[in-house]
Design a protein around this ligand. Structure first.
Ligand code: C5J
Length: 223
């Protein structure tokens, strides 16, 4: 079984039961001129994760391992968006409002979809989620059961919001989670640092943190 150097200690995983989860690498969050930037965020803090994540996904596919993507967003009639979430933020920049890439975080819109560099390939599952956590109101548990997953490599954006919520949900469900630090991103450098520290603190209270080159090397050594 491959083992990678990680914090708080080595992470060993079984190739037969490990899924790469790619959280919300959507244009609305990542593209210049889009929703994320319109909120005053520096999208460059997120886009720096694209290249390492693309390399990890390529290595994962070469190893024949499963990748599951998620997208945060809502039905066009917004019936799956709680009023409290809908009211959040400045008017004209709320979920469902027209944005530079279509209605903000609405399924089927250009901005809701995954950035070109990280598009799923045939056979990869895409889970649409209305919340921050990928398990809430989705069939992710069933999808992971079909893959026999016990360990998850969790990547994507944003580190302290949807990645963290999903890692916490997964940890409570008994999955062992590894987060490659260079494959997750936050608009806020401080949240990125602290978010990663929180995962590995207290002996790995939520999981493990490593770097993607270490993980890719572990996969390549098996070939
Ligand atoms: C946010 C996410 N930050 N995918 N969504 O609203 O982290």
């Amino acid at each position: 079984m491959p083992t990678v150097d990680a914090k708080p200690g080595p992470f060993t995983f079984d190739l037969e039961s490990t899924v790469l989860l790619v959280i919300d690498m959507q244009r609305d969050f990542l593209l210049p001129g889009g929703f994320g930037e319109s909120l005053g965020n520096d999208v460059g803090q997120l886009s720096r994760a694209i290249e390492p994540l693309a390399a990890l996904m390529a290595a994962w596919r070469t190893a024949g391992l499963p990748i599951v993507h998620t997208r945060e967003g809502h039905l066009p009639d917004l019936s799956d968006c709680p009023p409290a979430k809908l009211r959040r933020g400045a008017p004209s920049k709320r979920i469902g409002d027209p944005g530079a890439f279509g209605r903000i975080l609405v399924r089927g819109e250009y901005g809701h979809d995954i950035v070109d560099e990280l598009q799923p390939v045939d056979g990869e599952v895409v889970v649409d989620k209305p919340g921050k956590g990928a398990f809430y109101a989705t069939d992710l548990s069933d999808v992971l059961d079909k893959f026999g997953a016990r360990s998850l490599v969790v990547t994507g954006v944003t580190t302290e919001v949807c990645v963290h919520t999903t890692v916490r949900e997964a940890n409570d469900r008994g999955y062992e989670c590894l987060v490659p630090a260079d494959c997750v991103g936050s608009y806020f450098p401080e949240f990125q640092r602290v978010g990663l520290e929180m995962i590995a603190a207290q002996g790995g209270i939520f999981g493990w943190v490593a770097d993607s080159p270490t993980l890719i090397s572990a996969l390549e050594e098996l070939r």
